[in-house]
Design a protein around this ligand. Sequence first.
Ligand code: ADP
Length: 319
Amino acid sequence: MKRIAVLTSGGDAPGMNPAIRAVVRKGIYEGLEVVGIYNGYQGLIEGKMEPMTLGFVGDIIQRGGTKLYSARCPEFQTEEGQKKALEQLKKHEIDGLVVIGGDGSYRGSMILTKQGIPCVGVPGTIDNDIPGTDYTLGFDTALNTVVEAIDKIRDTATSHERTFIIEVMGRDAGDIAVWAGLAGGAETILIPEVDESMESIVKRLNSGSERGKKHSIIIVAEGVMSGTEFAEKLKDYTDIDTRVSVLGHIQRGGTPSGRDRVMASLFGAKAVEVLLQNKGGRAIGLRRNEVVDYDMQEAFEGSHVFDLSMYQLSKELSI
Ligand code: ADP
């Protein structure tokens, strides 16, 4: 292994920049040449890449987004696109590749691994939904963004004695919703993993108002339905006055939190170590607080383990 490359792909997440920095610096520290590929697989196909220097990754540890840009690339899902990508890797004499992204990006990298270029995946998504790892980069920053928003919305909810419905991201996972709901003291949390009846939700809202609660925060994970849809549905059951707030893409941006910077540094460095052992088709993750590498296949064939006990606790604490 003499020259490795790094790219970011799929949805961006805070923590991608510190992960790029870790790959570049650890690679150079180990005596490797490191190439940065722009715009994910699209840039790889087009040969948009350049050698990375220590300075290129200076002053990015604290920045959201990704300095290498990210993209979704349908062309890479075709055989022709994959062939072009492989040709570029061979032309630039790249012996191994670190892919920072979600499970879609992992699938793509598995194809390259099978064609002889060892790839290692670093989990970068705010959704915390990649199977095989307890943590994905960006989750902590997104969580803090949502909690901050809940705190602000609670101020106005209290002043106006209103119920707020806050729609949060997470794709098909309820991690952001449950963690943010627990941290923000939400009264009700709707997640894709649990099918709660409208009757039970309304019962809880009513019992709250019966004991004098003047406002309420309801978190709806996007994987359940939109906040607006839920508000409409609620109208059929109660005349509680609600307002909807969709947090949207602010959840994907912002300065990575301390935890995300540290995890990104650990994950990025581990990815380089794995490549140095000539291992491909591996994913980096956190298991029981230990940074590990595991079979990447598990990341897109397994299912994300959701901690139901946290959901249960959020209910117990919001009686
Ligand atoms: P994420 O990595 O965040 O899950 P996507 O699912 O959009 O994001 O995947 C990012 C990119 O990875 C896609 O645009 C495509 O180029 C590549 N990719 C995704 N799935 C596959 C696949 N099955 N085969 C080859 N490439 C894929």
